[in-house]
Write a protein that binds this ligand. Structure first.
Ligand code: OSB
Ligand code: MG
Length: 370
């Protein structure tokens, strides 16, 4: 296929509820959407998971726009691409900027699947008809309200509850939640808020039978996590520290992690996600699909990826209504008893809802092959 045209939309959507992590709180979600068109008029969609500011990683909406426009599009526009795996190779001369790369690559995967009359899940080699999902709950210092929030999602049937923790909001919170919900699969995500000086505190979490603790230590660390894992019973799952198959291999070999959170954007796209998935499957390391508070477009990519066989733990891909009054796809993503039924339409399987999309579009950019 030949990539003839790329359209980018700068979006601004307001989440139903503010989301708080160990870095801070935000409610407005600003991000990029990218539409790729081929010479036959097929289209594919990608979503950038970079946030407005660089608190999760170093990328931002602004850096993504710059990287895509200046460096990535010239490598694909007007080019003949046989298979989306080639996009990774075309981008190999550009260091990092994984979320920018994944935005373009994701759109080309969707395009490829549609052009070949397959679902994105099939194009990736996934076979599941339904996927199991959990939910990620932000920090809420009002303990009673947090318990009620968790209760609501448990009653909705979400398959596991993930709670954000930070120093001063950790052991007692998990103790209370475990007391209230003795049998619910539960985990904690620290978003890098601790250091090895907190080992004694983190060891107290072992009492609560958590499925894992996500990214307790620095976002660029894999050494200290190995030291910590030796002293914890609770499995460590790395999120921020993993940007590639190579990072995964090193972290697994060092014993820094027993589970991997795969985020398509963070690792530079679906091709790299698949490689990490395959490697982990071979090593007996379970994976699950993380979330970046995506709109329906990014959510659809996460669903397709989760159909691969080693996604054996519920991911963070909650339903559209968890985040948005109105999502930008049709139908919206719905969750029933913690299950999402994988769509059977070609490509990402959901149609863009242009009316809703236009409503949240702040700026548009168009690029055409000469
Ligand atoms: O660490 O997994 C994370 C949201 C924003 C940035 C980082 C993370 C998260 C979440 C929420 O945990 C995932 C979601 O509901 O999309
Ligand atoms: Mg995380």
């Amino acid at each position: 296929m030949i990539i003839k045209e790329i359209n980018i939309r700068k979006m601004k959507m307001t989440m139903k509820n503010p989301f708080t992590t160990s870095f801070g709180t935000f409610q407005d979600k600003e991000f990029l959407l990218l539409e790729a068109k081929d010479e036959l008029g097929n289209t594919g969609w990608g979503e950038s998971t970079a946030f407005h500011s660089p608190w999760y990683n170093e990328e931002t909406l602004g850096t993504n726009l710059h990287m895509i426009e200046e460096f990535l599009l010239p490598l694909v526009l007007g080019k003949e691409i046989g298979h989306p795996d080639e996009v990774n190779e075309l981008f190999a001369s550009i260091r990092k900027n994984n979320m920018a790369k994944a935005t373009v690559e994701g759109a080309i995967w969707d395009l490829y699947a549609k052009r070949n009359k397959m679902t994105l899940a099939q194009a990736l080699g996934g076979e599941r008809k339904q996927i199991e999902v959990g939910i990620s709950i932000g920090i809420d210092e009002d303990m009673n309200r947090l318990v009620e929030t968790v209760r609501g999602f448990v009653e909705e049937g979400y398959k596991r509850i993930k709670v954000k923790i930070k120093p001063g909001f950790d052991v007692e919170v998990m103790r209370e939640l475990r007391k209230q919900f003795p049998n619910v699969p539960m985990m904690a995500d620290a978003n890098s808020a601790y250091t090895l000086e907190d080992v004694e505190l983190l060891k107290q979490l072992d009492a609560f039978n958590l499925t894992m603790i996500e990214q307790p230590l620095a976002s660029d660390d894999i050494i200290d996590h190995a030291v910590l894992q030796k002293q914890l019973q609770t499995p460590i799952c790395l999120d921020e520290s993993i940007h590639s198959l190579e990072d995964t291999r090193k972290a697994v070999e060092l014993g820094s992690t027993k589970i991997i959170n795969i985020k398509i954007g963070r690792v530079g796209g679906l091709t790299e996600s698949k490689k990490i998935h395959d490697y982990c499957m071979e090593k007996g390391i379970p994976v699950w699909c993380g979330g970046m508070l995506e709109s329906g477009i990014g959510r659809a990519h996460n669903i397709a990826l989760t159909t691969l066989p080693n996604f054996t733990l519920p991911g963070d891909t909650a339903g559209s209504s968890r985040y948005w009054e109105k999502d930008i796809i049709s139908p919206e993503v719905t969750v029933e008893q913690g299950l999402i039924t994988v769509p059977t339409q070609y490509g990402i399987g959901y149609e863009p809802d242009f009316e809703a999309m236009d409503q949240f579009t702040v700026e548009t950019f168009q690029f055409k092959a000469e």
